[in-house]
Design a protein around this ligand. Sequence first.
Ligand code: CTP
Ligand code: CA
Length: 226
Amino acid sequence: EEQESPFLPLKGKRVVVTAGPTRERVDPVRFFTNFSTGKMGYAFARKAKELGAEVTLISGPVSISEPLGVKVIQTESAHDMYEAVMKELPQSDIVIKTAAVADYRPATPLDQKMKKKEGSLSIEMERTTDILGEIGKAKTNQFVVGFAAETTEPITYAKQKLIKKNANAIVVNNVSEAGAGFGTDTNIVTYINGSGLEWNLPLQSKEDVAYQILIQVANELKDGHT
Ligand code: CTP
Ligand code: CA
């Protein structure tokens, strides 16, 4: 009997996925973070593995179990994630940047627990490194997919991010739509690439979103992207 050959469009490809939130410490017991759960990124890591890729998952703190057969690098802050990503970049073919990276961090994190005082509190914040922006500057042949979470004018902002960060594609989700964004098992996204494609993916599981986008990226790589 003839054996059906597996569908492995990412065979031989090295895929790096970043997922989850970052934590930016205020003191030893407190941090700034966001609502990212890592579901979208972990779905990408699992699907890329199923499609034949060698996968490295760079993860912020989440409570999802590590996908089998995937190299997982655990990180905490935006700075940790930046260092891990830049180390993996030279030996990668595809970079999928789903992580919700903090834009700011406390300028002077404290070594001792902060004690409360009368009155209000201000914490001075400074910018973190834009990891996707740095990838955009450093990349050679890698196909880089950025993400954008927007609450207004998703397409306009996504197009600006595509150009500004020199990404090959941006996947944008309007986080104020029902069934999209943080913590849900489903997503509604638009995939935008440098050739002007604006592809709307209707409401579906994050697994299916990951699958469809990975097939698209595999095809764009095959056709020779710039
Ligand atoms: N990103 C990153 N490093 C940061 C901030 C964002 O790599 N310090 C990446 C995210 O992982 C995502 C993309 O940039 O893939 C877009 O993130 P988003 O927060 O939507 O855009 P920003 O450029 O941070 O702009 P803003 O938050 O002002 O909309
Ligand atoms: Ca941001």
